[in-house]
Design a protein around this ligand. Sequence first.
Ligand SMILES: Cc1cc2nc3c(=O)[nH]c(=O)nc-3n(C[C@H](O)[C@H](O)[C@H](O)COP(=O)(O)OP(=O)(O)OC[C@H]3O[C@@H](n4cnc5c(N)ncnc54)[C@H](O)[C@@H]3O)c2cc1C
Length: 612
Amino acid sequence: MAAEPVAWRADGVPYSERFDDIYHTETGALAQSRHVFLGGCGLPEAWAGRPQWRILETGFGLGLNFLTTWQAWRADANRPRLLHFVSVEAHPVGPEDLLRAAGAYPELALLAKELAAQWQGLLPGFHRLAFDQGRVLLTLCIGDVQAMLRAQRFEADSIFLDGFSPQQNPAMWSPDTLKAVSRFARQGTGLATWTYARAVRDALSQNGFQLERREGLPPKRDCLAGVFAPAWTVRRRGPAAEHIEAPGRCAVIGAGLAGAAVAASLARRGWQVTVLDAADRPAAGASGLPVGVMAPHVSPDDALLSRLTRAGIRATWIELERLLAQGRDWRASGVLERRPEGDTRVPAEWSDSGPNESWPASTAQLAETGLPADTPALWHARAGWVRPSRLIEAWLREPGVEFRGNAAVARVSHSAAVWQLFGDDGRLLAEADRIVVAAGFESGRFAPQLPLQPVRGQVAWGRMTGELALPATPLNGDGHLIAHVPEGEDALLWLAGATFDRDSTELAPNDADAAANRERLKRLHPAAAGLAASFDRGEANAWVGVRCASGDRRPLVGPLDEDGLWACTALGSRGLSFAALCAELLAAQWHGEPLPLPVNLAKALGTQRTRA
Ligand SMILES: Cc1cc2nc3c(=O)[nH]c(=O)nc-3n(C[C@H](O)[C@H](O)[C@H](O)COP(=O)(O)OP(=O)(O)OC[C@H]3O[C@@H](n4cnc5c(N)ncnc54)[C@H](O)[C@@H]3O)c2cc1C
C-alpha cells in the first residue's frame, strides 16, 4: 500500500512500470489538459453563472487535470460558487511526484503545494480534500474503478476519462466501466478523453454519448469530446425528495458543534442561516467542554466506526487548519491510546510507513510520553486536542451565518412551504425554508422518532503547576488526560475524564464522579497520579455536560418525517470527529452533490436507518 512509484525518465517524462505507459508526454502536459479536458467539455464557459459544477474523472494520476481545472476556476470571474472534482484512482502516487509533475508549470506550483499538504492517509476508500475556503472540493476515491463508481452517487456536469491507455489498462475502459461512468451523466453532460480508440468510442456511443473527433495538440493527432444526449429516454431515479435547487433560508436549532458545522456548510453554498440557541451564547451545551481529544477509532477489521472516524477527522482537520490558531485553539500533537493487554492490533495490511496514520506505539513514543516501554498502546499521528468553543465561534462567524441567543425553540410548525419556529411564550422566533435540529440531547423534542439517549459526563480540570511532568501529548484509553493547554497569557490547563452516566441530564457536578476521575487518572499515567493531590487540595474543578447518543453510537443525519425538517445530532462522545463530516453530508444530500463518503457509510449515518 506504499505510494505508487513513478519512474521519471531522463527526458523528464513520468512513467509507470505497473502499466508500462507514460503519465503524460514530455512537454505541454498543462496545455494538453486544457485542450483535451477543459476544451473538450467547453470549460470554463459551460460553468459560468452556475451555482455548482461537478466533475467526474477516472484516473487521477499526477493530478494535472485537477490542478488545471482548479486554476481555471480561480481565474474565472464567472466561476460557480462550488467546484466538485471527484476522481477515481487505484494507485495514488506520493506527494513528491505530484509536486514534481506540477513543478514545470509556475501557474500550478502554489496549488500543487496545497494539494500535497493534504495528500496523506490515502487508504482505500473515499477522501474529501478541500481548498479555497471549502469551495473547491476534491473527492479521491481510492480503489478499483468499478467498486468506487458503485459507491459514489451524483449527477456529473463533466466527465474526464484519463486512465492509462486502453491497451495497458483495459479495466479502466471496459464496456462495464464506461457504462458505470455513463450512469453519472445527465442530458448535456460533457465528456472528454485523450484517446480516440475505437472500442472506447463504441462503448460510449452505445451508452448515449454523441461523440466528436477533435484535433489533438501535438504530439497527439486527435482526441475525443462528447455530450450525453441519448436517443432514448433515460430512466434515472428522480431527484431525491430532499433535493433543493436554490439555497434559501435555514434555521438551525442548537449552537453546539453540530449546529455550527451545519450552518457553515450551508452558508458556503449560499444559504442564509440563523442559528438559534436557548442559551445567551454559543457552545453552552456539551460543546462547552473546555478541551477535547480528537483521535480515530482503530480496529483490526477496520470496522465501520473506524472508517467513519477517519473520514470525520479529515473533515474537521481541514476546518481547524483553515479557521483556528495551532497551539492556542487546537494542537496537532498526536494522541497516545493505551490499550488492554495484548490488544494493539491494527488491520493486517497497515504498515509503519503508512498510508495509515495509526500504529502500535514505539518505545520512543512511550518514553516521550513518560510510560513504561511495555505499555500496550497505539500512536495516532493525525490526532490532537481541540477547544470546541473556538471552532464553533469560527463557524458562526462565516458569512451568511447569524447566531441568535436567548432563543429557546418550543415548537415548530409548517404551513405554505414556510417553517415557523416559536418560543415558549408563543413568540415567533424565526421563519425558514428548512430547519435542522441540532439540539443535542434535547433534539428528541422535535424528533421523537429518533432513538436518542442522554449520557451525562463529568470531567476534572485545573491549572498546571510546575511540580508535575505531565505528558505533552494527550493520553487516551480508559479515560483521557490532556495537558499543556494554553489559557490566557501564562496559564496552562490540564483536563481529565470522563464519566458516563446514561439517562441522566443532571448538570450539577457530583463527588462520586470526581472520585472516579481521580482514580482513572492514577491508572492512566504515573505523573498524572500526582494530580490526585490537586483534588485533595480543592484545586481540581469539575465540568459537566450531557452527550446525545443513538442506539448504535453513530450520529444521526437526515430528514425527519416532515418535509424540510432535518436532524444532525447524536454525535455521542465524538463531536469533534463527526460534526464537520455530518454537516457536509447533509449539505451534499440537499444539493445532490458527490458524497464525502461511500454510499454504505453515508447510509450508516442516516436517520432512515432507524426505521427498520
Ligand atoms: C464530559 C464530556 C466529555 C467529552 N469529551 C469529548 C472529547 O474529548 N472529544 C470529543 O470529540 N467529544 C467529546 N465529548 C462529546 C462532545 O462534547 C459532543 O459530541 C458534542 O459537543 C455534541 O455537540 P452538539 O452540537 O450535538 O450538542 P450540544 O453541544 O449539546 O449543543 C446543543 C445545543 O442546543 C441547544 N438547545 C437545546 N434545546 C434547544 C431548544 N429547544 N432551543 C434552542 N436551543 C436548544 C443547547 O443550548 C445547546 O447549545 C464530550 C462530552 C462530554 C459531556
